[in-house]
Design a protein around this ligand. Structure first.
Ligand code: ATP
Length: 831
């Protein structure tokens, strides 16, 4: 046992040690695990700490930015002691709280926005209604348009029918309204003289004192029990016409205290026609807003003692401003300077009505405590535009509360009141005259007899709608006045108005009028132009006729001239031949050497070209441009020369060689010419035919002569080279100076010296003459047979020369002209 004990002890010890070891091992494992866990926890803790630190930093940043923003938005947040707020105070400051709540709200809204955005995404993802729905919508819109068009047409038709009904009822209508007996009358036990049968709303009986009844008929009769609404129900159809573009006038007439102001203006609790009318107009304009656009404006004025006063002027200093009625270009009556207040609703109207009523002249009479001492006129201007066809209208609605029509004696007034009453009665009687004139259809309607009728001219005439309220009192005391008023109203009712006319917008009307006037003006202008054109055409025709006849005459003359030329040519050629023959014979006989030989016999003259038309145009320019020759010839002269050459612009020797016909002005020689004892004889122009120019002389011309002027100059030289024989007979006193050996040159000089030689001046070129040439009279002589003999020894035999000596012109044309001249000369000169 003892052996077992140690074993047991050992075993126990072993087991204990094992257990211990196991436990230790387990503990060690656990410890490791825990340590690991601790390590893990500490590491995560650090992470958390780091994170929380980051969060704190972010929070601090956010807070700082919020504070910053707060300070920016509220930089001077002060407490009650005017010191900056500390942190706690700031947290409780209402603005900051508000900021916080707003911040929260923003957050909420952001969330909401997100939700909505999501919803939008979902919705947009869905497909839009298909094409069948779109087609249905299109059909509906077309149908809608058609219906709208139909509606517009129907509404026009309705308006037309409505207007027709009003016209059938009469464009001037009279309503009678009888007020109830007032407290005083009831107190004094007055009985009613008015008998109205409710079943017969157009008839009225007045029971006079002798129990006889007077019967009156009007368009409608309102008894004392009829209220404002009932009255307006009958009035509104007329009123509405103003929206259709018609001028309308509603006026209340009657004795003072019978309820005119009550009917027109009413009381705040019982509004009258004026207010209700505007109410109705607004209602209808809204109703018609899809097709019509209306603009309403109101004016209020009074005619007090025949003066017009604006009741809507609030400034008292301005209220005294005198208003005048002016006739506008389109014929309507206008009041320049009158306030026209634009109104959009009934409240505005009521305010204006109150202002106007306060400004109105009222006074107390024994018939009415607040008697109207003036005529009050409330004008509504309606400007309408049809949105369908663009038609514009401007119409007036006059709502007139006339002053009382009482007799002056009856109401016992004096002083200012008496004057007022006189003016009132005067204007009312003018109204009566106008109505009578309208009733009797006289040509002249005295609208201008009073301001009242003048103002209402365009609304009382034939092209408007008028409604008159005749106000009466039921009292027996007012019987006389009542009868007067009723008689007047009956007269008004008797007026037959023509159909009312729609009032177009005057500006449009004016435009059309101007256009029509312009058209008229243009028509007149066109007519004038047509007339002038016609007269011009006539003138032209006569001129053409004249021209034709002139042309025929010219042709005849040309023919005649040609014949004459022909005859003259034949005569000249015969004479020239004879002269040449005689010259040749004489030269042979005398045996003298002829200096200038080879002169060709006078050739046949070139027939003159027919007369050319007289024209203002310059002749065609020369093909050779003019060069500076050192000699300046006037252009006109050049032109004359050119024309003398039958239009030949370039002169050539060939042309110069042709025989010419020249004209010369000569004065017959007298024995005493140089003593000047006798008057110098008259110059005469003679015309002779010349021989062909000297060819030798031509050839002797210097070649420096420029071709463009050469021809001209050469021609001049020839022209100034007369035959010695001719010279001797033309100027016998100077013959000694003529040197035949020098030919024409010298002869020309003698011509120059001879003061009797009259012609145009011409200076030939020095180049041609070889000496300074004095200014010589221009001669139209061309070449002539050279003078070969001394002047004194030769006697002219040539018929031309003989004729010249005798001063006989043998040109048939010249002869005729001379004959004519002689005929026309006075007898003294002839002698
Ligand atoms: N139909 C009515 N119902 C009730 N009261 C009325 C009626 N008509 C008139 N009255 C009353 O009669 C009084 C006189 O009326 P209102 O001033 O309108 O007369 P008027 O004809 O305008 O007088 P005036 O010409 O002097 O201005 C007012 O107190 C008005 O309230």
């Amino acid at each position: 046992m003892e052996d077992q004990i140690p074993q047991i002890l050992t075993e126990k010890a072993d087991s204990v040690s094992d257990k211990k070891r196991i436990e230790e091992n387990t503990l060690l494992v656990n410890e490791d695990r825990v340590l690991n866990q601790i390590e893990e926890i500490t590491s995560s803790d650090e992470e958390i700490k780091n994170e929380s630190r980051v969060c704190d930093e972010i929070e601090e940043e956010v807070a700082a930015s919020i504070d910053q923003k707060r300070e920016v938005s509220q930089p001077s947040l002060m407490n009650e002691d005017n010191e900056p707020l500390d942190k706690e105070e700031k947290n409780f400051h209402p603005i900051l709280q508000k900021v916080d709540t707003l911040f929260c709200k923003i957050q909420d809204m952001k969330k909401e926005h997100l939700e909505l955005a999501n919803e939008v995404k979902i919705t947009s993802g869905k497909t839009f209604p298909g094409s069948d729905v779109a087609a249905a919508l299109g059909l509906l819109s077309v149908e809608h348009e058609t219906l709208k068009k139909k509606y517009v047409e129907e509404s026009f038709e309705r308006k037309r029918l409505y207007n027709e009904v009003i016209e059938l009822k009469g464009n001037i209508r009279v309503f009678c309204r009888c007020r109830p007996l007032n407290q005083d009358e009831i107190a004094s036990r007055m009985s009613s003289v008015v008998d109205i049968d409710p079943s017969r709303e157009t008839e009225l009986h007045i029971v006079s004192s002798d129990t006889s009844k007077k019967h009156f008929k009007f368009d409608h009769v309102f008894g004392p029990e009829d209220d404002q609404e009932a009255v307006f129900a009958q009035t509104s159809p007329v009123v509405i016409s103003v929206l259709d573009g018609f001028n309308v006038c509603i006026f209340a007439y009657g004795q003072t205290g019978t309820g005119k102001t009550f009917t027109m203006e009413g009381t705040p609790g019982n509004r009258g026609v004026n207010f209700r009318t505007l109410e109705e107009l607004f209602r209808i304009s809204v109703e018609r807003s899809s097709t019509m656009k209306y603009e309403l404006s109101v004016s209020m004025l009074e005619v007090y003692n025949e003066k017009i006063r604006d009741l809507l002027i609030e400034n008292s200093s301005q209220s005294s401003k005198k208003l005048e009625i002016k006739q506008a270009a389109e014929g309507t009556q206008e009041i320049p300077g009158l306030v026209e207040a634009r109104v959009h609703n009934t409240n505005e109207v009521w305010e204006l009505l109150k202002t106007g009523t306060q400004n109105r002249a009222v006074g107390s009479t024994n018939a009415n405590e607040f008697s109207s001492r003036s005529h009050c006129l409330f004008r509504v201007t309606v400007r309408g535009e049809n949105l369908v066809n663009g038609q514009r209208t401007r119409s007036y609605l006059w709502l007139v509360d006339l002053a009382g029509s009482e007799r002056v004696g009856r109401i016992e007034v004096d002083g200012e009141r008496l004057k007022e009453s006189q003016f009132i009665n005067k204007s009312l009687s003018a109204l009566g005259d106008v109505i009578s004139a309208l009733a009797s259809k006289t040509s002249h309607i005295p609208y201008r007899n009073s301001k009242l009728t003048h103002l209402l001219q365009s609304s009382l005439g034939g092209d408007c709608k008028a409604l008159m309220f005749v106000q009466i009192s039921p009292s027996t005391a007012d019987l006389g006045e009542t009868l007067c008023s009723l008689n007047f109203a009956s007269r008004v009712r008797g007026i037959e108005h023509g159909p009312a006319r729609k009032q177009a917008d005057p500006t449009e009307h004016f435009k059309f009028k101007q256009m029509a006037e312009k058209l008229k003006h243009y028509e007149k202008e066109t007519k004038k132009l047509e007339d002038s054109l016609q007269s011009l055409q006539l003138k032209f025709a006569t001129r053409e006729q004249l021209c034709k006849s002139q042309q025929e005459r010219v042709r005849d003359l040309e023919n005649q001239l040609a014949e004459e030329r022909k005859a003259r040519l034949q005569q000249e050629s015969r004479a020239a031949a004879a002269a040449a023959k005689s010259l040749a014979l004489s030269s042979v006989q005398q045996g003298q050497k002829v200096q200038n030989v080879g002169k060709p016999p006078l050739g046949a003259l070139k027939p003159r070209e027919p007369l050319r038309r007289i024209t203002n145009f310059l002749p065609p320019p020369s093909p050779v441009p003019p060069q500076n020759s050192g000699i300046t010839l006037p252009t006109s002269r050049l032109r004359v020369e050119k024309e003398n050459d039958f239009g030949t612009t370039t002169k050539t020797n060939k042309s110069l060689m042709k025989p010419r016909r020249v004209s010369i002005a000569v004065r017959p020689p007298t024995e005493t010419t140089h003593f000047n004892h006798q008057p110098r004889p008259k110059r005469q122009r003679v015309s002779i035919a010349t021989l062909r120019p000297d060819a030798e002389l031509l050839s002797a011309m210097k070649p420096t002569v420029r071709p463009q002027i050469g021809g001209l100059m050469a021609r001049r030289s020839f022209a100034l080279r007369p035959d010695a024989q001719v010279l001797s007979c033309l100027n016998p006193l100077n013959t000694s100076t003529v040197r035949p050996e020098n030919g024409g040159m010298l002869a020309r000089r003698s011509f120059a010296k001879d003061p009797r030689r009259i012609s145009r001046i011409f200076s030939p070129m020095e180049e041609l003459t070889g000496e300074a040439t004095p200014t010589v009279g221009r001669s139209r002589f061309l070449g002539s047979p050279p003078g070969q003999q001394q002047a004194g020894s030769w006697k002219p035999k040539h018929p031309t020369v003989v004729a010249l000596q005798k001063k006989i012109v043998w040109s048939p044309l010249k002869q005729r002209i001379q004959r004519n001249e002689r005929k026309s000369l006075p007898p003294s000169r002839m002698a």
